[in-house]
Ligand binder design. Structure first.
Ligand SMILES: C[S@@+](CC[C@H](N)C(=O)[O-])C[C@H]1O[C@@H](n2cnc3c(N)ncnc32)[C@H](O)[C@@H]1O
Length: 265
């Protein structure tokens, strides 16, 4: 079972702050608005919204990461309500929020339709969600796809289609049954390291997903070594800074608008 509290996700979260800022510009939370940071991790988006005066709730499956978010909020004197939970079954009343933020988080659900329904359910009429999702292009995405494929092969089950979040048409289709409209803009983040090997070693040591993959693949002779080698080759192929390592990862910022619900007769 994948545990996002394993390793040191904090290190990756620091590199994603730029994306939080982009999402925040799009979401523009107002003072007093009820905001849910869905899959808050160490709280980047939750804290950014709280600094703008919003009334923020942060939810994540990882109790350890929530504790980090709480500590950061305390250190800044910000108020933050937290809950352990996941996108597929949000422990909140319908219409409890004006804005749902999910920065590279709901994209990890195994049940995208259920997660989309839950996001719409907890939003008040006229509410909005802002969701960031990586484009399925670029070297880091290529390495992620190799990892996903290796785990799928290990499980022995039938191949599963890639998650829908990288495709605006599929994301629109997720929310359309709920009467919600989706628009998207594109953005990108740059990642740097001394070399592709060093970037990979950082993930291997600290990132929960790569740590999970190494443990899982250790049951099959050579599987981790093969994934490592092919991932580094994919990273090298997209390296923008020969002699060092620099890559650009594109992502979509989706804005989901929940319609006004018709008044009951
Ligand atoms: C890449 S991290 C992003 C964290 C944070 N939003 C940020 O910007 O740093 C992914 C987060 O999604 C959370 N997550 C994974 N599966 C989830 C699910 N089904 N529902 C909600 N959150 C989930 C993880 O616990 C983790 O904190």
């Amino acid at each position: 079972m994948m545990d996002w509290g394993d390793g040191t996700y904090e290190r990756t979260a620091e590199q994603l702050v730029g994306a939080t800022e982009g999402a925040m510009e799009r979401a523009a939370p107002r003072p007093g608005e009820r905001v849910l940071d869905l899959g808050c991790g160490t709280g980047n988006a939750a804290l950014a919204a709280a600094r703008r005066g919003a009334a923020v709730t942060a939810i994540d499956p990882s109790a350890r990461l929530l504790a980090v978010a709480e500590g950061r909020a305390r250190a800044e004197g910000l108020s933050l309500r937290t809950a352990v939970g996941a996108a597929e079954a949000l422990p909140f009343d319908g219409g409890a929020f004006d804005l749902v933020l999910s920065v590279f988080a709901v994209i990890f659900t195994d049940a995208p339709e259920r997660a989309a329904a839950e996001i719409v359910r907890v939003l008040a009429p006229g509410g909005r969600a802002v969701i960031t999702a990586w484009h399925p292009t670029g070297p880091i995405s290529a390495a992620g796809m190799l990892l996903r494929q290796a785990l799928m092969e290990l499980s022995g089950g039938p191949p599963r289609p890639p998650p829908p979040w990288g495709d605006p048409a599929q994301v629109a289709a997720l929310f359309a049954p709920h009467g919600s409209r989706v628009t998207s803009t594109d953005a990108s983040l740059r990642f740097e390291a001394p070399s592709a090997e060093a970037w990979f070693a950082e993930q291997q040591a600290h990132h929960p997903v790569w740590r999970f993959a190494e443990r899982a693949l250790s049951s099959r002779q050579g599987a981790w070594a093969s994934l490592r080698e092919r991932s580094i080759a994919a990273l090298e192929a997209g390296n923008e800074a020969p002699g060092a390592f620099r890559v650009t990862s594109g992502y979509a910022i989706y804005e989901v608008r929940v319609g006004e619900r018709p008044a009951r007769a």
